[in-house]
Design a protein around this ligand. Structure first.
Ligand code: ZN
Length: 195
């Protein structure tokens, strides 16, 4: 279980590094573009998936497509897309099979792939070591700076407080690399005090 968690977490760092993401809010389109993953709204694709509330992914002839419900708030859509990117990049999807979010960002299901996709989504949208260096002081800071929902931000903030107590930042080489990549951005935000 802890191993699966680590795989998803490490993948989020690898992706941030590979794509060269250096600022918040994380640009999910550039991640999708980098891996040749198409992102389409239900509207754009003229499909009606009322039974799949937020979004899902398919792999057709080796290419991933993420479909999302554009009627949801932007912050929630961002989490859905990040979650689906997790399914794609963690190889959860078989050719011509549909994979979808079972529930919401607070989904407590024990399905390991869902847990991994949520870990990936949280870590890619809200990289903990970066938030720590930005001296984030509340969940609403996180919601604002990462363009995520308050629900997601609160979960991340709780974790951040825990990690701070344990001094657990940048102990992994991949996390250090991510942090390095964001160093100019961290400096800029700190200089202007503009969270
Ligand atoms: Zn899912």
């Amino acid at each position: 279980m802890y191993n699966e968690y680590k795989i998803a977490r490490n993948k989020s760092w690898e992706v941030l590094i590979d794509v060269g993401i250096f600022e918040l809010p994380v640009n999910l389109s550039s991640i999708a573009k980098h891996y040749n993953i198409q992102i389409l709204s239900y509207n754009d694709s003229h499909i009606e998936y009322s039974d799949i509330e937020d979004g899902f992914s398919v792999k057709i002839n080796g290419r991933y497509i993420i479909y999302y419900n554009s009627k949801k708030p932007v912050a929630r859509i961002r989490f859905t897309i990040a979650h689906e990117l997790g399914h794609c990049l963690l190889n959860h999807i078989m050719d011509n099979e549909i994979t979808f979010r079972r529930n919401s960002e607070t989904d407590n299901s024990m399905d390991i792939k869902e847990i991994q996709a949520n870990v990936f989504a949280r870590d890619i949208l809200m990289p903990a070591a970066v938030l720590h260096s930005l001296n984030i002081a509340s969940a609403s800071d996180i919601a604002k700076i990462c363009n995520v929902s308050m629900t997601s931000a609160e979960i991340r903030y709780k974790r951040l407080v825990e990690l701070r107590k344990r001094g657990m930042f940048n102990s992994h080489p991949l996390e250090r690399k991510v942090h390095n990549q964001f160093s100019e951005y961290i400096k800029k935000v700190s200089d202007t005090g503009n969270i």
